[in-house]
Design a protein around this ligand. Structure first.
Ligand code: NAP
Length: 178
């Protein structure tokens, strides 16, 4: 079972401004839907509240908040990250899925990055002002398994590249035993 992050970031690592996305990238939203559909998605309370339509349909929505009384109709609410991930994985396994997604924002990416197996990162060719950022990636820890470029077009404010990054696992040292 894989824990995957999915994010769109600017060249300056900006991912959000005033609780919203800083760009309009229709093709990236279509990619997001295609990849996450049918799988559990974990998000922070602020990202949940930024969704134009809640919950995101045909996906188990899991919301992180420290407020135990928080009500998120149509979603499950968790106050600790590991129990949320474990619940997401159990739900995915029950549905015959092999991947759960962390969909942001900044606070939840920070919790998830050390545990992530895979990142779908959309590198946006822009550096907008913003107040939410993706953590810096140590590129040596990640291997690019796929990349697709999109030009500026109707509905896409900027050019961007969607990259699929897999974590590089340290190889086991060779045995010195004879
Ligand atoms: N470009 C992208 O791909 C992308 C994706 C997603 C979001 N975004 C953007 O990112 C911004 C939101 O990011 P954000 O960092 O401000 O908010 P966020 O991560 O969506 O949500 C933060 C909230 O999560 C809860 N939380 C954080 N750490 C927690 C923990 N350890 N345990 C339990 N709950 C915890 C808290 O909720 P309470 O305050 O209720 O306790 C906190 O206020 C928005 O602008 C959004 O549009 C961008």
């Amino acid at each position: 079972m894989k824990l995957s992050l999915i994010v769109a970031r600017g060249r300056n690592n900006v991912i959000g401004v005033a609780g919203q996305l800083p760009w309009r990238l229709k093709s990236d939203l279509m990619f997001f839907k295609k990849v996450t559909l049918g799988n559990p998605i974990i998000m922070g309370r602020k990202t949940w509240e930024s969704l134009p339509k809640r919950p995101l349909p045909d996906r188990e929505n899991i919301v992180m908040t420290r407020d135990w009384t928080y009500d998120a109709p149509g979603a499950r609410v968790y106050s600790s990250f590991l129990p949320a991930v474990n619940a997401a994985k159990a739900i995915a396994a029950r549905e015959g899925k092999r991947e759960v997604f962390v969909i942001g924002g900044e606070a939840i990416y920070q919790l998830a990055l050390p545990l992530a197996d895979r990142i779908y990162v959309t590198d946006v060719d822009a550096a907008p002002d913003g107040d939410a950022h993706f953590p810096a990636l140590a590129e040596t820890e990640w291997h690019e398994a796929a990349a697709e470029h999109f030009a500026i077009s109707e509905g896409n404010d900027h050019a961007f590249t969607i990259r699929k990054l897999e974590r590089v696992h340290a190889s086991t040292p060779a045995s010195t035993d004879a």
